[in-house]
Design a protein around this ligand. Structure first.
Ligand SMILES: NC(=O)c1ccc[n+]([C@@H]2O[C@H](COP(=O)([O-])OP(=O)(O)OC[C@H]3O[C@@H](n4cnc5c(N)ncnc54)[C@H](OP(=O)(O)O)[C@@H]3O)[C@@H](O)[C@H]2O)c1
Length: 325
């Protein structure tokens, strides 16, 4: 093992680098920046955190496996393999796939986060409050941690995500529902939802883009209300239409990172719909497959969009053929 300077910062990550403590403390300065497209080394990570926090970093020599910045073909193969079992072969924290699920405390987001965690990935989930996010992260288990992040206040997003230092897989699924119609339009409610779903999602991607690599990918959740409005869906329809278009600029501006969108029909076993059997039955009745979309269907589709390296800029609907009727 090569000897390398490793840093520990006065936050939760210090525990991950316990072996590095204690040696000396130096103030963070602007010379500590080092985040580019390349895979960040641990020292860059903590320097970045320290810079944001205006804090001190502790620098200590210790023995660690060197993290390679280059992406050899061998590494790419391993990357593809481990995406479905990060713990295989005793992979370390720095080597595991790092997944972030915005809105991972409930519904589809939680289901996806559980899938990542079950594969041994390093998972960050977010909800509006840190307490709830941490509680759900504890329930999911594995290498999962929770962060508080309110997408309706975009200017706070960079701070909330400051210690998310590496992103291989990003899923944006958060939603605060708005029931609104054109005739009885409530602009304030519409503004709140459109801010969270369009400005909020974009600000998250803006914040995390520099921590993603050429192999990273992201999926945004839209929904079929964009194609098939229902009473009160005016804002949801608008937001989902915006997400469908947003993916095009994400793909072109942030290439080679891949971005795709999933548009499910009504997902019957989500908390929102699972106690509304009449609505579920109506959709089931008109769906050619005579079955409703499930969270498992969504997770499988999200994993396909994230992992297939030729799928980019796609708006994928999963609806059992409902839109054909
Ligand atoms: N459910 C469906 O049938 C269906 C159908 C089509 C499309 N979709 C799409 O799929 C996605 C997930 O839907 P779902 O029903 O599974 O969601 P859900 O169970 O309602 O969960 C919503 C998530 O968003 C978070 N959240 C809410 N407001 C937020 C805010 N202001 N800032 C940050 N996070 C916030 C919640 O966190 P906390 O509660 O912890 O704060 C929670 O993690 C949505 O984007 C939706 O448009 C769903």
């Amino acid at each position: 093992m090569p000897t390398e300077h490793v840093v520990a910062c006065l936050d939760h990550r210090a525990s991950l680098r316990r072996e590095a403590l204690p040696i000396r403390a130096v103030p963070a300065t602007s010379s500590f920046t080092g985040f580019g497209r390349e895979r960040p080394s641990p020292i860059h990570v903590v320097r970045r955190i320290a810079l944001i926090a205006g804090a001190y970093v502790i620098v200590a020599p210790c023995e660690i496996p060197r993290i390679r910045d280059d992406r050899s073909s061998q590494r790419r193969v391993r990357s593809a393999d481990r995406s479905f079992n990060c713990d295989a072969g005793g992979i370390s924290m720095s080597e595991r796939i790092h997944a972030v699920v915005i809105g991972g405390t409930s519904g589809i987001g939680r289901h996806v986060a559980e899938s990542f965690a079950g594969r041994g990935c390093d998972v960050v989930i977010t909800g509006r409050t840190e307490d709830r996010a941490k509680g759900v992260a504890g329930e999911i288990g594995g290498h999962t941690r929770g962060l508080g992040l309110d997408l309706t206040i975009p200017e706070q997003i960079p701070v909330a995500l400051a210690d998310v230092y590496k992103v291989d897989r990003l899923v944006l699924t958060a939603l605060e529902r708005d029931h609104n119609t054109v005739r009885d339009y409530r602009p304030a409610d519409a503004t709140r939802m459109l801010t969270m779903k369009l400005i909020g999602y974009t600000t998250v991607i803006h914040t995390l883009a520099a921590r993603m690599s050429a192999d990273s990918s992201a999926v945004l959740l839209g929904g079929l209300a964009s194609h098939r409005p229902y009473p009160g869906s005016t804002t949801v329809t608008t937001a989902n239409g915006g997400i469908s278009a947003l993916v095009r600029t994400l793909v072109t501006e942030l290439a080679p990172i891949r971005f795709n969108v999933l548009h499910p029909s009504l997902v019957a076993d989500t908390p929102y719909w699972s106690d509304k059997p009449q609505a579920c039955e109506a959709v089931k009745e008109r769906t050619p497959t005579k079955r409703l979309v499930t969270m498992q269907d969504c997770t499988e589709a999200i994993m396909f969009l994230l992992e297939n390296r030729s799928v980019n800029g796609v708006n994928l609907s999963i609806d059992g053929g409902e839109l054909l009727i």
